[in-house]
Design a protein around this ligand. Structure first.
Ligand SMILES: [Zn+2]
Length: 137
């Protein structure tokens, strides 16, 4: 799935986010003024409005807070590339250092019957060229 976070939507900070993720670890931005950790990346802090900040490695472990299964009946509204992939599972994962936001992911490698609230997951870059976050148990 492409565009869970649209490429280039937020400019350089998004490019930095994907570049760090390609390096193997999920990084989040921390405000240099109020230390608020934010997601998705942004040029300015949504808490205090100060621009910039630093990247912190959050380890990529998180807790599944919600998920949904996309079934074939809804696939006619999906881009052609994704239609062959339904059903697929989208989830929201909470990362401990950033509990103010849930991170949207595509859940892979976990049978649907094993999904449950609170499941511990690893968030990482998806295997394809598309920029997507995936989570596995
Ligand atoms: Zn701030």
């Amino acid at each position: 799935m492409r565009n869970l976070i649209a490429e280039g939507r937020r400019g350089q900070c998004m490019n930095d986010f994907w570049s760090l993720l390609r390096g193997g670890a999920l990084h989040l931005q921390r405000c240099s003024s109020c230390e608020f950790v934010r997601f998705p990346p942004a040029d300015t802090c949504p808490s205090c409005g100060v621009p910039g900040g630093s990247w912190v490695d959050c380890g990529g472990r998180g807790t599944l807070r919600a998920w949904t299964v996309t079934h074939p009946a809804a696939s006619n509204r999906l881009p052609t590339r994704l239609r062959a992939e339904v059903p697929f599972v989208l989830g929201l994962v909470e990362v401990p250092m950033c509990s103010s936001f849930l991170i949207p992911v595509r859940i892979t490698g976990v049978p649907q019957e094993l999904l449950k609230l609170g499941l511990q997951m690893n968030v990482r870059l998806g295997p394809s060229e598309a920029r997507q976050l995936v989570a596995t148990a």
